[in-house]
Each structure stands twice: as C-alpha cells, then as structure tokens.
Design a protein around this ligand. Structure first.
Ligand SMILES: *Cc1c(COP(=O)(O)O)cnc(C)c1O
Length: 426
C-alpha cells in the first residue's frame, strides 16, 4: 500500500496559507534516500550522483541534494544557470545534452562543467566553439539493437536518437586524445524507469567491458563511467521498488570482476538519477471541486495536466490517495479529471477509489520528478506553487504559483501590455 507523507489535518493547515493545487516535497524522504544512494556506492572512491536537474528544477531542492554530496546533470543553459546559482561549478556539473546549441557548450565550458558529447560530429563542433578540446571529456554510447536484462525487461537503444555507435566511440576517443584530452568518461542511458535491481549492474557490466577494450585500443585514460539515469520507482502500489543497496552491490561485483583485473580499479562511478532521487518525495495535492454523472462518473479537481502531464502524455499511472479516507473501502469507480479542453486531461481513468466528497483533498503520489518540471501553459492555465515540508514539520514556499501577470509578461514589448497590466492590476 502506498502511504502519503502528509495527513489530511496537515493539508488543512497548509491550505490556510497556500491554496490548492500545490506540489509538496518531503525533505526527510529526500535526505534519507540521498544518504542511502551514497551508502550503496561508498565502495567506489570517486562516486558521485549528478542529480538530473530536468526532473525537478528547483534551487531549494537542488541545495538540499548538494548538501548530501550531489552534483548536477544539466542539459540546457537555464539548468546550467540554476546549478551555477546554487554554487555548483567545475566537475560537480555534468553537461549531458543532445542537439546542443553552440552557446550552451560555451556556457558549460565557462562553468568548467564536464562535457558529455552526444555525437561524433560534436567533437569538431565543440572545438570550433571553444578553440580547444577540454582536458576532461565524456562520450555518450549507444549500442543499438535491443537492451535486454535477464528478467525480460528490455528497451530499444537502436530506436533512440542519443549517443554514438561503437565504431564512432573508438574513433572519437582516438581523435580527442590527439587533440589533448587526458581524462575520459563513458556515458550510456539505455532504459527508462526500470523497476528492477538488475538495470545498473547489467549496464555497468557492458560499459566496463567496453571501457577495458577502449583503454587497450586507444590508450585513453578512462577516469569515470557514468551510468546515467533510468533507475525507476514503483508507481503502482503492487510493484516492489528498487533496492539501491542491492543495485550498488551488483555494480560493485561487475567492477571487481571486470575493471579491477584490467588494472582499472581507480575508475569513478557516476550516476545521473532524477526520478529515483525525487519521484516518491513529491506529490501534487489537489481538491475535488466537481462531480459529474453522465456515461461515466467524473471527479473534477482544481489541478490539471498543466500541473502534472505524465498521465496525459504517456498514460502514466499515478496512485491517488483521498486524504482522510486512507482506510475507506474502494466503493466507487471514477475518472479524475482536470479542466483542460482536452479529453486526455485525466489523472486517473476508471480508478477504484473511496467515495469522494466535494472539498476532499487528493494526494497524487510520485510526482516529485518529471512532474512540475514538464508543466506548460495550455488553455492559459497557470503553474501552481511548490512547497517543502521540512523535517521539523514547517512548510516553506519554494516557488510561488504563477499569476496572470507572469503569463502575459512576454507581451511586454507590445502596446497591449499596458491594457493587460491594467486588467491584471484590478
Ligand atoms: C532524463 C535524464 C536523466 C535522468 O533520468 P531519470 O530517469 O529521471 O533517472 C539522466 N541523464 C540524462 C542525460 C537524462 O536525459
């Protein structure tokens, strides 16, 4: 069973200061999980988790992770700026982007970030921008074909736009070395939201073997291997979550089996998890404001897909708890909808839930990663606030809700801006 990290009473207290809908993050959960991640990889001297900023780009949450030792994985200029603002620099920033604009490479280099090249052609592209090749450089690998784990889970790297082929990778290392690179990294992201302890160890095994080959053939010094993201969370209540200690142990075994005998026991392991670091520790809290009985039963809430897009975009399951009715029988079947003029704006379809009364608060679980971050403004809907539930029970506003002024701000060069200002000031 999935349990919310707040009670109905606490939410009733919070809404006195911050109306629904809002995101609520659990400081205690975030810290404990980050500690468990570092424990799991403590056998590796250079281990570092580069939190994938795109998952939850909030500077207060980033600072929280930084205190636990995390760096940041960025893939855009604004993510780099956020990392810079919270005080990260140099090798605590990984720049893993693709289809990268020139100015973003330049910005990443200015911060001293580690640049992870998505493509072979980016070697020349980067050299033209920087006038040099950085001393530390990483390349993203795409093995093609199908990535299969022994438990049957698979993904299709052959269909993905990321990374270099094996031949390109070998060629890239040779060229980069000739151009002055001294420390090399290998990066691969082959499967998303894997709910199995096998993903990292299987991926690590493949990358470690590749690293041994690469070093033998090119003489490049491989300083780190970046397992990237993809460690998943159990969105559904009947799923068993990943055990990060088991995952760390699995990677350690591959390390001892493959890298250590090759004299490469000094390689640092990096990860770039987003979902696993934040997903379970953030929720979208929303209020039931309408019920509708037509061919199906509908509950309308005050949040919509603008606040959490995953269900509309991927049909993703997010568990819902009706606060105060945690133990009530699931007597009703509802579609839980937002207000967009789009029929995919549903947080749940034909979900068995307790009877919902108007004014009930719904806790939408596992929205802490790729939740707020994917927000958009369709239908002129505004993004909601983000709140942090601190360990001591205090609630802190870590991003205010958008206002109509924010929504109209980019018309500021037009004559209509004055009228809009007058209207929003009323
Ligand atoms: C999205 C992304 C991640 C994080 O992925 P999760 O599935 O959230 O762990 C890490 N690295 C890169 C390059 C990404 O694009």
């Amino acid at each position: 069973m999935k349990k919310p990290f707040v009670t109905k009473e606490k939410v009733e207290e919070i809404v006195k200061s911050f109306p629904t809908p809002f995101y609520l993050y659990d400081e205690k959960g975030i810290i404990e999980n980050a500690k468990a991640v570092y424990d799991a990889f403590s056998w590796n001297k250079g281990y570092k988790e580069y939190f994938a900023v795109k998952a939850t780009p909030n500077p207060v949450l980033m600072e929280l992770l930084m205190k636990q030792g995390c760096g940041f994985d960025c893939s855009s200029k604004t993510e780099l700026m956020l990392s810079e603002a919270v005080g990260a620099s140099g090798s605590s920033i990984m720049f893993s982007s693709n289809d990268t604009p020139a100015e973003e490479y330049a910005y990443a280099d200015k911060l001293g970030a580690i640049i992870n090249l998505d493509d072979f052609t980016h070697i020349e592209f980067l050299e033209n921008i920087l006038g040099k090749i950085p001393k530390t450089i990483s390349c993203r690998y795409n093995p093609g074909g199908v990535f299969q784990m022994s438990n049957g889970i698979m993904d299709n790297p052959g269909d993905s736009k990321y990374g270099m082929t094996k031949d390109q990778l070998f060629e890239a290392f040779k060229i980069l070395k000739e151009k002055g690179a001294e420390n090399f990294g290998i990066h691969a992201f082959l499967a998303s939201n894997t709910v199995t302890n096998e993903y990292y160890p299987t991926l690590a095994g493949q990358l470690f073997e590749l690293a041994v080959e690469l070093q033998k053939e090119t003489g490049a010094h491989i300083a780190f291997i970046n397992l990237s993201g993809g460690v998943g969370i159990p969105y559904k209540p009947d799923q068993t979550g990943n055990d990060i200690a088991t995952i760390g142990k699995g990677v350690h075994e591959q390390f001892d089996k493959i890298l250590v005998p090759a004299g490469m026991g000094d390689v640092s392991i990096y990860t770039e998890m987003g979902r696993f670091m934040m997903g379970p520790y953030g929720a979208l809290v929303t209020k039931a404001i309408h019920e509708k009985h037509i061919y199906k039963e509908y509950i309308g809430v005050d949040a919509c897909a603008v606040n959490l897009m995953r269900p509309a975009m991927y049909g993703a399951y997010h568990h819902i708890t009706v606060l105060g009715k945690e133990d009530a029988p699931l007597t009703n079947v509802y579609d839980v909808t937002g207000s967009l003029c789009e029929n995919n704006d549903k947080f749940a379809i034909e979900r068995s839930l307790p009877k919902i009364d108007m004014g009930d608060y719904l806790f939408i679980h596992d929205a802490g990663a790729h939740g707020y971050a994917m927000g958009y403004n369709y239908n002129g809907k505004l993004k909601c606030a983000e709140l942090l539930l601190k360990e001591d029970g205090e609630v802190k506003l870590i991003r205010r809700a958008e206002t109509p002024k924010d929504y109209f701000a980019t018309f500021d060069g037009l004559e209509i801006a004055q009228k809009l200002n007058k209207i929003t000031d009323k």
